[in-house]
Design a protein around this ligand. Structure first.
Ligand SMILES: *Cc1c(COP(=O)(O)O)cnc(C)c1O
Length: 380
């Protein structure tokens, strides 16, 4: 851990990841769902910006039964790093790419007999078995098929394919409201009942994302798919889960400028100094994933004091007013997103100011800022 912390990080703008907190968040989820419910840890979109490869070992060592991503490309990155990890693709993989799924022993989401047949044939040619989970559309209308006698019959035929293991069945809630969610859940359960009556049984049945995992314990079935709560993002409203934000986004001042009253800064001079001001240059910008629309709204914390971002946020740099910060100097740390204990902007606050949601704020942090892991075992 210390070695990783002290290894040379080639940039001051860094995403720091507290793996101890992530492990604790996962243990809280385990505590909530109990031992009989499997946990599929969702680490799509580069682990919601935390670095999927960097966080995977911590999740597996602390009780995750599966690692889920959205795409084949994401699964391949993880497979390359972890030859034995249980990997799951939540999204659709086109027919022409299914051989990668088979070769890399990835569990694939499917919803047609055609894809099941292709997968089984590919697996047969390689002398292996491929695992799939069936996606059921219970109202979201995003991926999967609506329950029907035809769909049921196709699924039952999948069970007869020699090199295919139908390991699970799942659906996804729209979270449109309690009544709507219950209707989706009932539709799902009814379809599973029909399938079971036809002799098709599933090792895993799942519908709950983070919010449902906390707010609807009655929907845990025997697997849950938490994403946001692993990272300490609270979206739930009814249940309780003592989780903590895992990420800190930080940088350091690269330059200071004395700006006389009346002069503008950054593109188009959209901010002008009302009085003689001290302006700090900060080496992060929208190409790091910072929302460009936080101009005149965003701030960083320097020495515990708020420094408002002024002027247009550039691709790689932005400016902050530090006139009121005593002893401010080059190289001083500036917290971009923190857990709030030091007055820092939390992910939650950033999402509100930027007019979006928390997952968007963290998932949009690009690959450019180095991820620095501490507080646990990880590969960076
Ligand atoms: C992203 C995703 C999840 C996790 O969502 P959170 O709200 O972050 O918990 C679960 N299931 C599916 C199908 C997803 O696409």
């Amino acid at each position: 851990m210390e070695n990783q912390r002290e290894a040379t990080v080639l940039r001051d703008t860094q995403v720091q990841i507290d793996l101890g907190r992530m492990a604790q968040n996962l243990r809280e989820i385990r505590n909530l769902v109990g031992d009989q419910v499997a946990i599929m840890a969702v680490i799509k979109a580069n682990g919601y910006g935390h670095g999927a490869v960097g966080i995977a070992p911590t999740l597996l060592e602390n009780g995750a039964d599966y690692l889920a991503v959205a795409t084949l490309t994401e699964a391949m990155e993880l497979r390359h790093a972890y030859p034995k990890a249980p990997l799951f693709i939540l999204g659709h993989t086109p027919d022409r790419l299914l051989s990668y799924v088979v070769e890399n022993q990835i569990t694939q989401t499917i919803f047609t007999l055609e894809q099941a047949q292709i997968l089984s044939e590919l697996a047969a040619s390689k002398g292996v078995t491929v695992r799939v989970h069936i996606k059921v559309d219970t109202g979201f209308h995003r991926l999967g098929r609506i329950p029907s006698p035809e769909f049921r019959d196709e699924i039952c035929q999948m069970f007869g394919l020699p090199n295919l293991e139908v390991e699970g069945i799942f659906s996804h809630l729209a979270l449109a409201g309690k009544a709507e969610d219950e209707a989706q859940y009932q539709t799902f359960c009814q379809f599973i009942k029909e399938l079971e009556a036809a002799g098709c049984t599933f090792r895993y049945r799942h519908i709950a994302d983070s919010i449902a995992t906390v707010d609807y314990p009655q929907y845990h079935m025997n697997m849950v798919r938490p994403g946001a709560i692993l990272y300490g993002m609270r979206g739930f409203t009814e249940g309780v889960l003592p989780i903590k934000q895992v990420m800190t986004f930080r940088t350091a001042i690269s330059q200071l400028h004395q700006i006389p009253a009346g002069q503008g800064v950054s593109y188009d001079y959209l901010w002008k100094a009302e009085k003689d001001s001290l302006i700090a240059t900060l080496p992060f910008g929208y190409a790091d994933g910072y929302p460009r629309n936080l101009r005149d709204l965003g701030y960083v914390i320097i020495n515990g004091i708020k420094a408002p971002i002024v002027g247009v946020i550039c691709m790689d740099q932005c400016l902050a007013d530090v006139t009121h910060i005593p002893g401010v100097c080059c190289g001083m740390e500036a917290i971009i997103y923190g857990d709030g204990h030091d007055g820092s902007m939390t992910i939650e606050e950033a999402s509100k100011l930027a007019g979006t949601n928390k997952n968007d704020i963290i998932a949009r942090i690009t690959a450019r800022p180095p991820r620095v892991y501490f507080g646990g075992e990880a590969q960076s």
